[in-house]
Design a protein around this ligand. Structure first.
Ligand code: SF4
Length: 476
């Protein structure tokens, strides 16, 4: 086979062959074929850099390598054919081939992946700009060389959460300018992470034992707005940088692991409606963390909130129609500058009518540098605290009624803490409880000796009582 061929697209450039790196015997090695334009060349460089950094040897003869990566071009027919030929030769010479690059993203007639339809034996196919995905595929087929320094770290890096749940950040920054918030000043405008990277990280987390993935950002509904919902790639398939597509893919990745996907900081924009059927199907947990902050349109205007309050009751009703088991968590601010008693009463009415399952409330408190500090009508501290307490009394009433309605139901519980297989009781959470912010499920010692209750595992349990914001359940 020929390595590092001449460039074959109108944007041709010359690729230097990757240097064969002398490595100790037994070091896993990868051969690389780099085709295409200078953009493809830089992708090749990134992948080769990662391979070298992780201790893989790179070599030029495909036959002697543990695996071959072919970076393809899909620009013109001639380039497509050359890429397909190169893959065929790599399969003949070595048999273990990962395909990346533009051709990897192309569909054949009928919609199947073109590379897979011609060469079904390839190990993995990705589109261009997919270093993480390519490295994931390499790791799956040729385990990383041992490195006494970096191998001290687990494959998912250092996590501060227990092993069975993890946060997945999908973007940084925010395009809004809520008057009580200084996050955009500190972190800048929205920058969405590439969807392929996000999905690759999710898969690594599930593979390493994570049973619950918590999607976080400043504004999860806005995912992809900054990149105009650009199409990225995951496992060689095109995926839009968009909340619905992300949620569906995450659900599909989680399913074989029996793991949960939970969405946080979802603003009630109209397109969120599309995500509800995924919850009804069971791909994503029927739980939405929606920071409403207030319900009166004038207060929301003074707050400069992204979604106005007028349609939120209708929206919640529609969501619950699509997915009746939906649990909604939200946070609110009481005593915002200028809040009148009537505006506050509107908030309490909203809470009662919206039947928010889990509502938290902060008494408004000025943040250094926030625009709201300059608004007229700053309320005295005592009034803010009094309204917060009135809010929480209503919130607790709603929440308790909703919790009591669960008595007698059987729920899946993810166990957070258990000793002696739960013989002395354990603590877990149902789909309705996010860690650290919602209630918990107190698990009684199992009646049947065969029932095992282990931290980090799921158990089915019958709800027998409520206890404040929590449930009490008997493992089955
Ligand atoms: S509170 Fe408003 S400005 Fe601050 S991060 Fe959330 S949406 Fe953005």
């Amino acid at each position: 086979m020929h390595e590092n061929r001449a460039m074959n697209s109108p944007e041709a450039a010359t690729a230097a062959p990757p240097a064969a790196v002398a490595a100790p015997a037994g070091t896993p090695s990868v051969a690389f074929v780099s085709l295409g334009c200078p953009k493809a060349l830089t992708d090749s460089e990134l992948i080769l850099t990662r391979l070298a950094a992780e201790g893989y040897a790179t070599r030029q003869d495909a036959a002697g390598a543990d695996l071959v990566i072919v970076n393809t071009c899909g620009f013109i027919d001639e380039a497509v054919q050359e890429s397909l030929d190169a893959i065929g030769e790599a399969l003949a010479d070595n048999g273990r081939v990962i395909v990346t690059g533009c051709l990897g993203a192309r569909a054949a007639e009928g919609g199947d992946n073109l590379v897979r339809s011609v060469h079904p034996k390839v190990l993995a196919v990705t589109g261009p700009h997919a270093t993480e995905e390519v490295m994931d595929a390499v790791h799956r087929h040729v385990p990383k060389p041992h490195d006494p320094f970096t191998d001290l770290l687990p494959p998912i890096g250092v996590k501060l959460t227990p092993r069975h749940y993890a946060y997945l950040k999908i973007s940084e920054g925010c395009n809004h300018r809520c008057t009580f918030c200084i996050i955009p000043a500190m972190r800048g405008d929205l920058v969405s992470r590439p969807v392929g990277d996000v999905l690759s990280e999710a898969r690594r987390l599930f593979e390493s034992g994570v049973k619950e993935l918590l999607v976080v950002s400043q504004d999860t509904s806005a995912y992809g707005v900054d990149v105009k919902y650009r199409t990225g790639f995951f496992d060689g398939r095109p995926v839009k940088t968009r909340l619905f597509d992300l949620a569906r893919q995450l659900g599909e990745i989680a399913a074989p692991f029996g793991a949960w996907v939970r969405l946080h900081y979802v603003y009630p924009y109209p397109h969120v409606d599309e995500v509800l059927p995924l919850m009804a199907e069971g791909l994503v947990l029927p739980y939405l963390d929606v920071p409403f902050q207030h319900a009166h349109p004038d207060v929301l205007r003074r707050m400069k909130r992204p979604a106005s309050g007028e349609k939120n009751l209708e929206r919640l009703a529609r969501w619950r129609e699509i997915c009746p088991q939906l649990v909604v968590r939200s946070t609110f601010i009481a005593g915002f500058p200028g809040e009148t008693e009537a505006e506050f009463e509107t908030l309490l009415d909203f809470l009662r009518e919206a039947r928010i399952d889990r509502a938290g409330c902060f008494a408004y408190s000025p943040v250094d540098g926030a625009a709201a500090n300059g608004l007229p009508g700053q309320l005295p501290d005592e009034l803010r605290a009094e309204r917060q307490a009135r809010f929480m009394a209503v919130a607790e009433q709603v929440s308790t009624e909703k919790l009591k309605a669960r008595i007698g139901a059987t729920m899946q519980v993810l166990v957070d803490e258990a000793k002696a297989l739960g013989r002395h009781g354990a603590v877990g959470r149902s789909y309705a409880d996010a860690p650290g912010i919602d209630g918990v499920v107190h698990l009684q010692p199992p009646r049947k000796a065969s029932t095992r209750v282990r931290a980090g595992e799921f158990v089915r349990a019958r709800i027998v009582a409520t206890q404040g914001h929590d449930l009490v359940a008997e493992p089955l």
